[in-house]
Design a protein around this ligand. Sequence first.
Ligand SMILES: Cc1cc2nc3c(=O)[nH]c(=O)nc-3n(C[C@H](O)[C@H](O)[C@H](O)COP(=O)(O)O)c2cc1C
Length: 177
Amino acid sequence: MAKIGIFFGTDTGRTRLVAKQIAKKLGEAADAPVNIGRTSLEAFLAYDSLIVGSPTLGDGELPGESTGLSQPSWEEFLPQLVEADLNGKTIAIFGLGDQKKYAGEFVDAIGLLHDAFAARGARVVGRWPTAGYEFEASKAVDGDDFLGLAIDQHHQALLTESRIDAWLDQIRPELLP
Ligand SMILES: Cc1cc2nc3c(=O)[nH]c(=O)nc-3n(C[C@H](O)[C@H](O)[C@H](O)COP(=O)(O)O)c2cc1C
């Protein structure tokens, strides 16, 4: 059976830890998480089912050189997708952020990733209700949902595991048809 590919960006490592937690819960169904700054477009496109994760950094931005990373990340990877056709691919997105300190741009990266993948033809799954979070604005919101799983390790770390479990139950059938 084809496996799920997991790709993440990170600055201080929290998103990597969540990616590893997700991979562990998926067991044999997923390959080990890969840092998006240390892979190739070809390796990414080898999967038809993907879970991608990112913190929001800077001023509601994706991680990369602009947000002070010394290594490439989503900011450098996404432009390569201009050449790619993501039709037939199913992608679920999770994002880390801080809903108090960055209430006006909470988990914006989920929205940025969503738009980039959807524009290339991918089917993006794994919406998550905004109920239970307190923030003012986010590029990741559509109606009453985030466009992926929002995780706040600063203020709601105790909710993370149950959120991941519920989200995986929701997306498993979509990613493993
Ligand atoms: C300089 C800086 C800017 C940030 N900007 C945002 C933001 O715009 N929106 C948000 O939700 N979180 C923001 N955060 C919070 C991070 O997304 C959060 O700390 C996340 O857990 C970091 O994940 P990482 O350890 O994988 O890098 C920012 C954090 C830093 C240090």
